[in-house]
Design a protein around this ligand. Structure first.
Ligand code: GLN
Length: 467
């Protein structure tokens, strides 16, 4: 049970009356940043103390005390914050300081949030363990293990801090749910289009969703309500926002095929929770055969095609890393910079994506994957005719050790996204909540609930019952 005194809403209520609480909480969080940096836990990519002090001074004078008044918010590195290095975990964007705030940052600031620091991630979101970057975050429960990815730093710090704080993350194929699950936090990935992508350094435009990570469902939901909303600068931004009514939840279904693909340790914890849920809801099993068979393949075609196009602009001229141009042909210069600054994982995805959308192959791969995607969405929609929410373990394993991750082949790596990719591909809102700890590993296990498009409210009420 989450106590009211532990929620951000409670903190904000008190902080509005007594600014000393804001200062005390902030001092606590800053000490934690310093401690985690000293221990090389690598949650934080960039922290600018002077910028934070400036924000606090402004907040002190503020007339409007918003929904996040005085709350420190950390931000995934891929989301642009004015004047603060924003490099999506990549060496090629080193030194890039945006001249503007992303829409989510504008919205958070308008409600009184303190934009505290950038958090570590897989380069451009390419990964499941936050290991594809220079600063690899370490799981607060066991430093030998991964925080999950790609929003690993945000989830790791959320679990690490003892103070009031929430994190903004981003998911393309599971990057919020996975780290939330590995770190025992709550992660909400909204319906595609609910939160503006303006100011996000894109991974794959038809898949990217900015969302939230908190210590409890209420905190994550509060931040989501602040950052969601229509924005004309994102052409896929939705006009109407999520459904306000709280539809009563009666029938749930566990996605059997995903459940079967998980480790025994994970299954055991999740099964126990599902048995408990039977006291509150009707719980059945459902099968999504098309999603099990085709979601990963379709996802990795679509994601790499879009990523390879997006990364074409990074050529060592306009943003971030630069080299010596004098006397070089432009092609040679671009290749030199890109060879040096992109990691092997980024190169793998550029090659895969460029191949799949080459003329002659486009119809066979990208367009076919898009058609498959429609079929997968229909399969979900059919299931939602019978069930209010669908459930599955968030990840098939508990957070693995770094030594185990090193041994995975790229294909085994991709297969870890079995349970998170389908909902992401379908643009469906989902939440990952901690439901216990593995018997052997003692690591957190997450359960994921998926709702129909724009029914994020249903996720909150369900998560509260679980908590
Ligand atoms: N692991 C998936 C990938 O590498 C998802 C990552 C994400 O959501 N950014 O593409």
């Amino acid at each position: 049970m989450v106590k009211r005194e532990e929620t951000i809403a409670f903190f904000v209520e008190k902080a509005k009356e007594d600014f000393a609480l804001v200062e005390k909480n902030l001092a606590g969080v800053i000490t934690e940043i310093k401690n985690s940096n000293a221990k090389k836990l690598n949650y934080i990519e960039e922290f600018d103390a002077a910028d934070v002090l400036r924000q606090v001074a402004e907040l002190k004078k503020a007339k409007y005390k918003g929904k996040l008044f005085g709350v420190p918010v950390t931000v995934k590195d891929a989301i642009c914050v004015k004047g603060i290095e924003s490099k999506a975990g990549s060496k090629i964007l080193k030194g890039y300081k945006p001249l503007f705030d992303a829409n989510v940052i504008e919205r958070a600031r308008a409600e009184g949030a303190i934009i505290l620091a950038k958090t570590t991630q897989d380069e451009f979101g390419f990964g499941t363990f936050a290991t594809h970057t220079e600063k690899v975050p370490k799981n607060p429960f066991d430093n030998e293990r991964s925080c999950g990815g790609s929003s690993g730093g945000g989830a790791g710090f959320t679990a690490f801090t003892k103070n009031f704080h929430v994190a903004i993350g981003e998911s393309t194929g599971g990057s919020i749910a996975c780290p939330a699950s590995f770190c025992g936090s709550v992660g909400i990935t909204p319906t595609y289009g609910l939160v503006s992508r303006y100011g996000l350094i894109d991974y794959a435009n038809s898949l990217d969703k900015i969302g939230t990570i908190g210590k409890n469902a209420e905190d994550a939901a509060l931040l989501l309500e602040v950052i969601a909303g229509y924005d004309a600068r994102d052409s896929t931004s939705l006009q109407n926002g999520f459904k306000k009514e709280d539809a009563p939840i009666k029938r749930l279904a566990v996605i059997k095929d995903f459940f079967d693909g998980c480790d025994d340790e994970v299954k055991k914890v999740v099964q126990k929770k599902i048995n408990e849920l039977k006291k509150f809801y009707e719980v059945e099993e459902v099968s999504l055969p098309l999603n099990v068979k085709y979601a990963l393949a379709a996802y990795y075609i679509i994601a790499t095609c879009e990523a390879s196009t997006n990364l074409a602009k990074l050529s060592g001229l306009r943003y971030g890393a630069q080299g010596e141009v004098e006397g070089k042909h432009f092609d040679a210069y671009f290749s030199e910079i890109r060879s040096k600054e992109f990691s092997d994982e980024a190169k793998r995805r550029i090659i895969l994506g460029t191949f799949a959308r080459m003329s002659g192959y486009r119809d066979a791969y990208y367009l076919k994957a898009m058609r498959v995607r429609t079929k997968l969405i229909n399969e979900f929609n059919n299931a939602f005719k019978q069930y209010d929410l669908l459930l599955n373990p968030t990840m098939p394993v508990v957070a693995p050790k770094f030594s185990e991750i090193e041994k995975l082949t790229p294909l085994q790596n991709f297969a870890m996204d079995l349970c998170t990719v389908p909902a992401n591909l379908a643009g469906l809102p989902h939440i990952s909540v901690n439901v216990g700890f593995g018997e052997e590993s003692k690591m957190p296990v997450g359960l994921m609930a998926i709702a129909p498009h724009l029914q994020e409210k249903r996720l909150y009420s369900f998560a509260k019952v679980m908590e």
